[in-house]
Design a protein around this ligand. Sequence first.
Ligand SMILES: Cc1ncc(COP(=O)(O)O)c(C=O)c1O
Length: 323
Amino acid sequence: MTTSTTAATALRVQRIKPSPSTAAAQRVRELKAQGLAILDLTVGEPDFDTPEHVKAAAVEAIRRGDTKYTPVNGTPQLRAAIAQKLEQRHGLSYSADRIAVGGGAKQVIFLALMATLDTGDEVIVPAPYWVSYPDMVLANDGTPVVVPCPEAEGFKLTPRRLESAITDRTRWVILNAPGNPTGAAYTADELRALADVLLAHPHVQVLTDEIYDEIWYEPGRVPSLAAVEPRLNDRVFLTNGVSKSYAMTGWRIGYGAGSASLVAAVNTLQSQISSCPSSISQAAAAAALTGDQDFVRDCVAVYRGRRDVTVKLVEDIPGLSCT
Ligand SMILES: Cc1ncc(COP(=O)(O)O)c(C=O)c1O
């Protein structure tokens, strides 16, 4: 038997690359450590601090002794807080067994793909996309099917493009709205038109990544597919988290709501991977979701101001325009 000092990596690792955004963020950290002044636009990370009442809830959890394993799918308190948010925002009703909690939306999305993809299963990824989706699909033996969504179409998937991308092997469509990197979001009518296509293809599930749902500058709330078309409710895996809305990127709490069978499969994987997310972070996330929401409103007002300045600056550059 021969031994090797270099780890032989599996094909699934050879197929993917390290997350480009986290690699770029690391480079920024290194340059900042050298004293360079850098404006970091690499990852979607609020420059605000986590609200004080959220930090206090975490400290309280430590003092109470909530420092042990929790249920695999998160504490009942956190799942109740998530269910309450989905009910209040979208009128969607999720029982506790239809909610999965994980170490960030990123982990929840990864686990959902891991739980459902077999070799060669296809996942439709509208482009421009968050850099992680195709690699997450590849890491789980799936095939990303990238569908270009040009600026002329608002960087959005159209029913026609969706229809022509669906094959017998399609397992998922990923819909990220408001989307990273373009900010594009779908109106309820646009979602209904996509839903009409999806209703004709019952083998296709939809992973909605709603992590930026609070960062919304239009009146009302950004529409969510599961609410727009209740007949798709069990085929939609709605993912979200506290990272962006509550400046909690380091706490690593995200969640997914969908069919009980998918959530059970995600939980089975999680039980073998991390057992559960951090008990302390879960207490903090529950406080964020149920507590005072002024922080969110204040941050969005600041983001809106920055957005307005940026759009104007870009449009003042000859030859450039900004959707
Ligand atoms: C579109 C999108 N989805 C998910 C995530 C991951 O969020 P979390 O911190 O909850 O893992 C990000 C983070 O940048 C993102 O941009």
